[in-house]
Design a protein around this ligand. Structure first.
Ligand SMILES: [Zn+2]
Length: 414
């Protein structure tokens, strides 16, 4: 399971984290790749900077209100608010350097950080799901800041540069990163649609495979039991006419594939019913209580570039229902009527459901305190450039759109 977590990385398509106020932002300091070198081998950075800073025109811009939005879908994993927000010294207390901030953990395991926000502007709380474009708060100058700006940082789990360039290896994490000195495109891409291509029925025994090509039939991403999977997937719809337990087995695996059942045809991660995710290449088996005439989605998923042929079997057990309780056992007095039937039926469903809930909420695996990374810590060079030297060129970067090249190979950059 850990292997899945570690490996479940793919490109995340970030939109610049402010669509409505995009025109007011401009880069003032990119990530430092060492020697005060940014992703383009230029020097628009300062020593040791772990994020990308975007100015908004000083305190005038800040006071006008510049909204920060989520760069991509995820769950809020940490927040801080209430800190003084007109810092000019680069060393104001509060928030461990980031002042007022929001952390978002994304389905691919990466985290984005939005730092130095305006006091009492934070709009989200830990555990809140957010979509790309969800407002998080406003630009401020809290924490270790010398002027109003957004500090946008990516961690995986240590900091990475979302920009791709000669001095920063691919991929770009932006859906369109734009030219050096300009801004990435703020447009959020529409989520991919889950389109199961086939139907499973009780008694089916299939010889099939996840060969990568099948991934076009599948989900873009979803969460089940804490985990998020990407890569080659194959999906089917399934329904039965009866309320009955259904077992799905996947055998003969040569790669680490997992099997999930979702009750949400959108495959968007909110409908996890059951999941089997043994490590390595072991067989997978799960049983869930199917409700009559309800659509389910069965997913066999591989992380990264895992592909494999396998057998998939669907075994629908007879509904144990009322017949069971009618059979007299030995203690007839208390056992009685409905206890057995309802106990079995709802027990399974409820158990899995709550498991998903806590799993998602519990994504606070990151240290919520950014004190280990005082990116802006008192560095004199981190002055806010109030002069916008850059135009609003955003279209040029369209060719960067590497969204389709679902990055099956993960690269960590520093
Ligand atoms: Zn910064």
């Amino acid at each position: 399971m850990i292997a899945v977590l570690v490996g479940a990385a793919s490109a995340q398509d970030y939109a610049f984290p402010s669509e409505a106020d995009h025109q007011y932002f401009y880069p003032t300091a990119y990530v430092d790749h060492g020697g005060v070198t940014d992703w383009n081998c230029d020097s628009l950075t300062y020593a040791g900077h772990h994020g990308n800073d975007f100015g908004v025109g000083g305190f005038t811009g800040m006071d006008a209100g510049r909204t920060i939005t989520a760069a991509a879908e995820g769950v809020v994993s940490a927040t801080n608010d209430g800190e003084f927000d007109r810092c000019t010294t680069g060393s104001c207390a509060g928030g461990g350097g980031f002042g007022n901030y929001v952390y978002i953990e994304h389905p691919d395991g990466k985290t984005t950080i939005y730092g130095h926000m305006k006091q009492w502007s934070v709009l989200v709380s830990v555990g809140d799901p957010v979509s790309c474009g969800t407002p998080l708060g406003q630009v401020g100058s809290s924490g270790y800041s010398t002027g109003p700006h957004l500090h946008f940082e990516v961690r995986n789990p240590t900091y990475e540069d979302p920009f791709d360039g000669t001095c920063s290896g691919p991929p770009s994490y932006w859906n369109a990163q734009g030219a050096h000195g300009a801004l990435p495109d703020p447009t959020c891409l529409a989520p991919a649609v889950c389109q199961p291509s086939d139907v499973l029925s009780c008694g089916d025994l299939l010889a099939t495979d996840n060969d990568g090509a099948g991934s076009t039939n599948a989900t873009w991403r979803y969460g089940c039991d804490d985990f998020v999977y990407t890569g080659p997937e194959r999906t089917w719809t399934f329904r039965t006419a009866l309320d009955q337990p259904v077992t799905i087995e996947v055998t003969g695996l040569t790669s680490d594939l997992d099997v999930h059942v979702l009750d949400d045809p959108a495959c968007d991660g909110n409908g996890c019913v059951a999941s089997s995710s043994n490590p390595n290449a072991g067989d997978e088996s799960l049983t869930f209580q199917a409700a009559a005439n309800t659509d389910y989605v069965v997913v066999v998923d591989g992380w990264q570039s895992a592909t494999s042929a396998y057998s998939l079997r669907v075994d629908c057990q007879p509904d144990p229902g009322p017949e069971h309780t009618a059979e007299p056992v030995d203690t007839g007095d208390t056992g009685g009527t409905g206890t057995g039937g309802t106990g079995t039926g709802t027990g399974t469903g409820a158990g899995t459901g709550s498991g998903t809930g806590t799993g998602t909420g519990g994504t606070t695996t990151l240290d919520p305190r950014p004190s280990d990374d005082l990116d802006d810590g008192g560095v004199v060079g981190h002055l806010q450039d109030d002069t916008c030297a850059c135009g609003s060129t955003t279209g040029a970067g369209r060719s960067w759109l590497a969204a389709g090249l679902i990055v099956l190979v993960r690269r960590r950059r520093r």
